[in-house]
Design a protein around this ligand. Sequence first.
Ligand code: SOE
Length: 388
Amino acid sequence: MVTSLPKPTTTGARRRPLRVAMVGHAFMGRAHSNALRQANRFFDLPYEVVAQVVVGRDAARVEAARKKFGFEEGSTDLAAVLARDDIDLVDVATPNDTHASIALAALKANKHVMCEKPLALSVVEARKMVAAAAKAKRHVGVWHNYRRCPAASLAQRMIARGDLGAVRQVRAVYLQDWLSSAETPWSWRNDKAVCGSGAHGDLNAHLIDMTRFLTGLEFEAVCGVEQTYTKKRKDGDGKPRLVDVDDAFAFLARFAGGAIGTFESTRVAPGRKNHNRIEVSGEKGSIAWNLERMNELEVFRFDEPRDGQGFRTVMCMDGVHPYAANWWPDGHILGYEHTFVHTLADFVRSLDSALRFRPDFEDGLAVQAVLEAAQKSTASGRWQTVKN
Ligand code: SOE
């Protein structure tokens, strides 16, 4: 994975345009459109990223998004946009139930595709997306943005070079509280037909991908438990709607090679707004990363002098740290939005090279397989083998 790109050259030759059609313009549409604008300003890329078309269902809202996010055009006709030969990359920023249909149509139209997480609603859908990407020979990626926090990428580098020794345990949580009240309105994130699962697919998906990224481990078997506390919510029109997805979902994991892990995601942990934390314990040491302190990495190593041992904080904002040199002088901190810029920059960088951008759709399928196995296990009450 490209983790530290050269700074933009002032005399760069005129870059070829990479025209992007972004489908969807809500929260992730905002994050992605910021990345579209920033990538070339801070990373030396082989293409000039152009925010060409924002696509949505409602013409008035699309026009508002076009103006707000700085797209050249707006459209409510996805098929017509895909049929254009001047669109190079389709960015899928829609709810989960449309990821597969949009990505498959875009690949059929010979476009590169970046897709929000989770990749699909099911393993079956994800497998089709992997096959279509291979057939189209297009570059594809999944917006698991947390991999590209500099501190998370440093943790991966440390583990890969053996600083912790063999990984023994992973413990990861992703805690939010925005559904704690029964009065919070119903949304598509409460509708299994649209999102596939609740906190599980939304948040455990990040933990599963981050675990695979940091450790290189593959999930072998899982055993889960889930709960929905508020089973009905009123929608925007005051109409009672069924909540058929989890508010909270925890699972145990066994990895190939003997490591074990614990994973927990919830939207009903009062006081936790976006508490995404992972700790990896190896034979020789541990690391811990917490999104709420995203520029910092907690490191413990037994191979330090005994009287000086303890978790220490590495401030991952210096030029030696992944991505940091592309922004500011040492010590200047980055934020949530930068992780999307890093993701897009690495993706664009990979287009003209043999570099495999990760996470790609095969990685997205691997996440889907763990999600689905954990859901099967909550139904059966038994351990479930993970099958891609
Ligand atoms: C909502 O839970 C959400 O926006 C997720 O969908 C994102 O993936 C996460 O990064 C922040 O919270």
